[in-house]
Design a protein around this ligand. Structure first.
Ligand code: ADP
Ligand code: MG
Length: 230
């Protein structure tokens, strides 16, 4: 059984059809890259997986470990091991747990180059773009999720921050965990090498291949998959 199965997914926002019969299967232990032109529906898929309001599923199923999660609220999806970078609300359950967490926290924060002073600030308050993203990887490392969805984690990162984020993700790769790495550019995939690459266009996956597909796209651009201009 696949960790994630998206079957014939149709999604509308404000009455506008955005996902159009999307099919995607992600096995445990694998890293899938989701690429595609702007406006093709990549973030919409991430939001629907996370359970964000305003996205209306008109048809289809999203199965996590064989269980349809579409009826579940976002926090129950998170409890089942779904993690969307940028959106996870961080809870602090109790003092004893905190002592335990702090040990892990200090270790992982140190590895990611996150200062103690940053940990004491409000979540993401006054953080630079790169600091916010390292903070996301820190949360992901501590929560040990089963399926991690990273939506354009690379946007706005310089090369050093990009490598730090990629190292954080690579350290979390394991047979029990899968990743969907959403990116417009091939660059991130030099550091997070995907097992499978998909191209999304007009709300459905139009091509699937291995990491070579991402390299080909870098050379050819998205012209052959481009959205029609309105
Ligand atoms: P991508 O992440 O691939 O660039 P998105 O999923 O953000 O694409 O957007 C796909 C399409 O859905 C775009 O045409 C966008 O304008 C539209 N869209 C996304 N979110 C909303 C929203 N909340 N309200 C209206 N339209 C939206
Ligand atoms: Mg997007």
């Amino acid at each position: 059984m696949h960790l994630l199965e998206v079957k014939n997914l149709h999604v509308e926002v404000d009455g506008k059809k955005i996902l159009n019969g999307l099919e995607l299967s992600v096995g445990s232990g694998s890293v899938h890259a989701l690429m595609g032109p702007n406006g093709s529906g990549k973030s919409t898929l991430a939001h629907v997986l996370a359970g964000k309001d305003d996205y209306v599923v008109t048809q289809g199923e999203v199965l996590l470990d064989g269980e349809d999660i579409l009826a579940l609220p976002p926090e129950e999806r998170a409890a089942k091991g779904l993690f969307l970078a940028f959106q996870y609300p961080f809870e602090i359950p109790g003092v004893a747990t905190m002592t335990f967490l702090r040990t892990a926290l200090n270790e992982v924060a140190g590895r990611l180059g996150i200062e103690q002073e940053m940990l004491r600030r409000g979540v993401n308050v006054g953080f630079s773009g790169g600091e916010k993203k390292r903070n996301e990887i820190l949360q992901m490392a501590l929560l040990q999720p089963r399926l991690c969805v990273l939506d354009e984690t690379d946007s706005g990162l310089d090369i050093d921050a990009l490598k730090t984020v990629a190292d954080g993700v690579n350290a979390l790769r394991s047979p029990e965990r899968a990743f969907i790495v959403i990116t417009h550019y091939q660059r991130l995939l030099n550091y997070i090498v995907p097992d499978v690459v998909h191209v999304l266009s007009r709300g459905r996956i139009v091509k699937t291949g291995d990491k070579q597909l991402a390299l080909d796209l870098e050379a050819t651009g998205y012209a052959q998959y481009q959205e029609e201009m309105a």
